[in-house]
Design a protein around this ligand. Structure first.
Ligand code: NDP
Length: 248
């Protein structure tokens, strides 16, 4: 799956699943733009790991919920490496509570990052991809967007919205050799899951058919495949990578 220096931008590439995706795409020979919002040290560490693996990377700070930051991010990425050919919309947050107690702020902040940022970044990237007649957009959704979850109405709405977004944009750009897909992880051991109460972790684990949480590297493999030429006939799909959670 060698990719000869193609340029990949990963939102939230400094930690967790985004970090694993950055390292996976670097191992396929891509040049990597590691976006982060506040954790410059973690982003710099990912850049170092990519360089050690023999590829090139740059860390770029931007809050991807902000239109002006997104414009600057893509301009700086183009300055560093040229047009972005692979976009991984990975940055995401949760702000859980039952709907009856959910604040406006917790609804807005989750929808802003988990859905609106994907619109902003994809719109910025797709122009370059269509011009270049090749591109890959990979949106990191969630199984929660496929089947809902109590206490996560904001997150489920955003992640379900991502599926409709993926299908629609896939139809718009398919004839230009640009594919748009969604990868929907189950529970993966990152800082997001780390913060869950112990009893909730056990409850979840008991319901995952493979009997354990996933590792970030178990998500990044399929992202690497979707980003490659080998996946040229796959578009508009939401692929669950969840240890069987969605079928349980
Ligand atoms: P982490 O909390 O480990 O990392 C979040 C990343 O997003 C960090 O790199 C962070 O940057 C970045 N980020 C946060 N806010 C912004 C912002 N406004 N602008 C730019 N970057 C931002 O998350 P995960 O790795 O767990 O999750 C990654 C994706 O996978 C998310 O979309 C999540 O919804 C999805 N997912 C995760 C699951 C899990 O179990 N972990 C399950 C299903 C889906 P910084 O380091 O600077 O803070």
């Amino acid at each position: 799956m060698a990719s000869d220096g193609r340029v990949a931008l990963i939102t939230g590439g400094s930690r967790g699943i985004g970090r694993a995706i950055a390292l996976q795409l670097a191992s396929q020979g891509m040049r990597i733009v590691v976006n982060y919002v506040s954790n410059a040290d973690a982003a710099a560490e990912v850049v170092k790991r990519v360089e050690e693996a023999g590829s090139q990377a740059v860390a770029l700070q931007a809050d991807v919920t902000r239109g002006e930051d997104v414009e600057r991010l893509f301009a700086q990425a183009a300055e560093a490496f040229g047009s972005v050919e692979i976009l991984v919309n990975n940055a995401g947050i949760i702000k859980d509570s039952l709907l009856m107690r959910m604040s406006d702020e917790d609804w807005d902040s989750v929808v802003d990052l988990d859905l609106r940022s994907v619109f902003l970044c994809t719109r910025a990237a797709i122009r370059m991809m269509v011009r270049g007649r090749w591109g890959r957009v990979i949106n990191i959704g969630s199984v929660v967007g496929l089947r809902g979850n109590q206490g996560q109405a904001n997150y489920a709405a955003a992640k379900a919205g991502l599926v409709g977004f993926t299908q629609s944009v896939a139809k718009e750009v398919a004839s230009r050799n640009v594919t748009v897909n969604c990868v929907a992880p189950g529970y993966v051991e990152t800082d997001i899951v780390e913060d869950l109460p112990q009893e909730l972790k056990k409850y979840i684990m008991d319901r995952v058919p493979v009997g354990r949480f996933g590792q970030p590297e178990e998500i990044s493999g399929i992202v690497g495949f979707l980003a490659s030429d080998a996946a040229s006939y796959i578009t508009g799909q939401a692929i669950a990578v969840d240890g069987g959670l969605v079928i349980s």
